[in-house]
Ligand binder design. Structure first.
Ligand code: AMP
Ligand code: MG
Length: 414
């Protein structure tokens, strides 16, 4: 009997419902880059903390300035103090007075305007001012950037350099972030050798294990390489045992219908709520998913492209959810397809694509041969072209949805 195909979105829902957000830990602010904030960051102080000068110049009373007229009469004010950035004035600005002020210094009481130095003629004791400026000029107001008490960064936000800057501005040397999931990686196949094994010309390298480890790390998880298991149920079980402390176990290979495809069978035996999906996607149709104790287990297809794409669609969002991120999916956008493409209206296709802006318009073309064993098709790609199940034909100029994998734009000679 032919098994019905499962839409990817159904599989994603099942997977994400199964994973729970990990606990939190306190880390130094620089260790928080890329992690998800595990607390709301409430502003404990305003920014700027007080009115301060945006210019090097003189703090004055606006009423003392030359009148706002075509030919202003210059005025001379007495300079009573000098305030550098980092301390406050001791005097207050009275009528006919000015205080020399540097950028960033608190605006002295009594003054309401700053005149920049270039617009004045200072002497030892006085300053001559030639023209009128509006009330409040060159003063950065207390709280114009951040109000005390406001929620600056929400829990679940991914911490980028801008968040690090704000955390430091709020004088937070330590913050709570969510824990990173430990992701065990196991490759199955009698045809595999590892990087440190003696070279054997009848074997292929376990490239999936390393690609997965990199995908785990890029998603913010901690990869644990378990190496290779032979295509024997007992060997596989032994290796799976080593993943008991992991939050996620990703196994490549052995999920198809071949005589040596034991991953599905073993996961069914050891696990709970095991689904052996035939996903309505290409590449990457066969995927097994279930749990062993508290470990989420994924059996992904062995073909290098299928494995990376199923990882991208199912494992990556799980890692992000467990690590507490609110945003689980890649940025998607529309781009004008540059080629002709046809398929049967049954499965959702993920073509490896190059997105570029041409004449102001986002365009996308494929990276060439799209076979599921052609790992080089991933090399130039900065996006996955997401072609819905129902679509049969695409022509140049048709708008397609793309998932942006990175900001990398490969050099192209054409
Ligand atoms: P399988 O899903 O086990 O039937 O594997 C399908 C094909 O994927 C195999 O014939 C290999 O060519 C390839 N393959 C499986 N595992 C790996 C791996 N860890 N690294 C690279 N290629 C693999
Ligand atoms: Mg195999």
């Amino acid at each position: 009997m032919k098994t019905a195909l499962t839409p990817l979105t159904d599989a994603q829902r099942t997977v994400l419902e199964t994973c729970s957000v990990l606990g939190r830990e306190k880390v130094g602010v620089m260790e928080s880059l890329g992690r998800a904030l595990a607390e709301d960051l409430i502003a404990e102080r305003a920014n700027p903390p007080w009115n301060n000068s945006a210019m090097d110049g003189f703090a004055v009373r606006n009423a003392d300035l030359p009148a706002n007229q075509a030919v202003p009469e210059p005025v001379t004010l007495k300079v009573i103090e000098e305030v550098p950035a980092g301390r406050s004035a001791t005097c207050s600005v009275g009528p006919g007075e000015a205080i020399r002020i540097m950028t960033g210094a608190p605006v002295p009481s009594g003054s309401d305007t700053v005149i920049k130095i270039e617009d004045t003629e200072p002497t030892e004791t006085h300053v001559k001012i030639f023209s009128h400026v509006t009330l409040g000029s060159h003063i950065r107001l207390q709280g114009e950037d951040i109000t005390k008490g406001e929620c600056l960064i929400q829990r679940g936000t991914t911490i980028r350099p801008a968040e690090i800057g704000i955390l430091a501005m709020m004088a937070k040397p330590l913050i709570f972030v969510h824990q990173r999931p430990r992701v065990a990686i196991l490759s199955t196949g009698d045809e595999l050798m590892d990087l440190d094994d003696q070279f054997d010309q009848d074997k292929i390298t376990n490239s999936n294990g390393y690609a997965f480890a990199a995908q785990v790390r890029e998603a913010g998880g901690i990869p644990i390489l378990l190496g290779i298991s032979k295509d024997r149920p007992e060997a596989l079980k032994e290796k799976i045992n080593e993943a008991a402390n992991a939050d996620i176990l990703v196994i490549s290979g052995g999920v198809s219908m071949g005589d040596y495809d034991f991953t599905k069978i073993v996961l069914n035996e050891l696990g709970e709520n095991v689904h052996a999906w035939k996903l309505a996607i290409k590449p990457g149709q066969p995927v097994t998913f279930g749990t062993i104790q508290r470990t989420l287990c994924f059996g992904l297809p062995g073909n290098p492209v299928s494995s990376m794409i199923t990882f991208e669609q199912l494992v990556r969002p799980s890692i992000l959810k467990m690590s507490g991120h609110s945003n689980l999916f890649r940025l998607t956008m529309q781009a004008a397809f540059q080629e002709t493409f046809s398929k049967r209206p049954d499965r959702r296709h993920f073509l490896r694509g190059i997105v570029r802006i041409e004449n102001g318009i986002p365009t996308v073309r494929t990276t060439g041969d799209q076979g599921s064993g052609i790992l080089t098709s991933m090399l130039k790609a900065n996006a996955l072209i997401d072609i819905p199940e129902s679509v049969e034909q695409l022509n140049p100029g048709d708008m397609v949805s793309v998932q942006i994998l990175s900001g990398y734009v490969p050099h192209m000679s054409s």
